[in-house]
Write a protein that binds this ligand. Sequence first.
Ligand SMILES: [Zn+2]
Length: 213
Amino acid sequence: MSKLDDIISKIKVHKHFYNFNKKDKESRGILPNQPIEFYIKRYIDNLSDFTKEEMNEITNMCKKIDSTGYLVEIKWQFMKLNYDSTIEHGFPHTFDDIIILRSNFFSYDKKIQFLLLIHEKTHLWQKRYPHLMDNILIKEGYEKVENNMYDIGKVIKKYGAKIIPATNMDVLGVWCKDNKIFHTHYVGDIMVENHPYELYAERIASELSDRLI
Ligand SMILES: [Zn+2]
């Protein structure tokens, strides 16, 4: 089985997609009556391997990043997604231990390309070692909302939060700081931004890419 076939078979059954709430679906162009399989098919149909030339270019950049010693223990693996703003909002992202980049990756300037690679690799590390990431956030004053606290009433009571968390538990965890709740699902009409995992990936990517360019 090729890596592409392997990832496709995982996408087909992954709980991430089946956990979408109404707003998650809407933002991906999934109509209320459309089954989630419709979206999964669109995702899969747009996925491919990079060409040899493209892969060479990415590999050279990865070597440059590796020369800094950053997360060398985590393997670089990539898939290409045809640009379509309705698939995961058109953003580069990770699935399992694979970085999924958009087909227009090479049209960005080098600095942005480095930024994206480091950012997504940081997410692979966060997914593999969440306890390490969590320890960093706790030192930065964040408080993790435990699973058993993941009840709207309880969360508001404990944190006095103004923002009501969505009903889906997120793999990145739900966090609180300064009476604000951070998570990656839609709440009413807004997607709660600046999840601390995201802020951390942005910060590291910005610092490291500055050194590479
Ligand atoms: Zn990110």
